[in-house]
Ligand binder design. Structure first.
Ligand SMILES: [Cu+2]
Length: 148
């Protein structure tokens, strides 16, 4: 049994050594690859950025009204970060719902602070953003968010 174990250890150590050798080889290859693709890096980065994320900022009326500072916003389809600033002592949030009225994301309800929330994979289309605190949406805290 001990011999078998020793053999296994030897095999494992050999494998590890080979693996290390491979790692070194890979690192060298990557460095070389980086140099090779330097010229094309801009193109590649641009393509990758196409599927990236965007940020939409909302703010509750600094004057204290039941309103956001805008009733129209736009975002890139994809992963969207919702930044929300509420300077009021009155609680507000931002909730996004799609055309069928289903909620797709939203922030926490906050007072006199800022927060943000992520909406993954927002599809192109028209959405409604609104404040979910009772009465606020009815009072005018809503608007249209267009994703494209
Ligand atoms: Cu509100």
């Amino acid at each position: 049994m001990k011999k078998v174990v020793s053999l296994l250890v030897l095999v494992l150590v050999s494998a590890a050594l080979v693996a290390c050798g491979d790692d070194d080889g890979t690192t060298t290859t990557e460095t070389g690859g980086g140099e090779t693709t330097n010229g094309a890096a801009t193109n590649g980065g641009g393509a990758g950025g196409g599927g990236g994320s965007s940020t939409v900022s909302f703010e509750a009326d600094p004057a204290g009204g039941l309103a956001y500072t805008t009733d129209e916003a736009s975002a890139k389809a994809g992963d969207v970060t919702i930044d929300f600033k509420n300077p009021q002592p009155v609680a507000h949030d931002v909730v996004i719902e799609d055309a069928s009225g289903s909620e797709v994301g939203g922030t926490d309800v906050i007072t006199e602070s800022s927060t943000s929330a992520n909406v993954k994979g927002l599809k192109a289309g028209e959405y409604t953003f609104y404040c979910s605190v009772p009465g606020h949406r009815e009072a005018g805290m809503e608007g249209t968010l267009t994703a494209e």
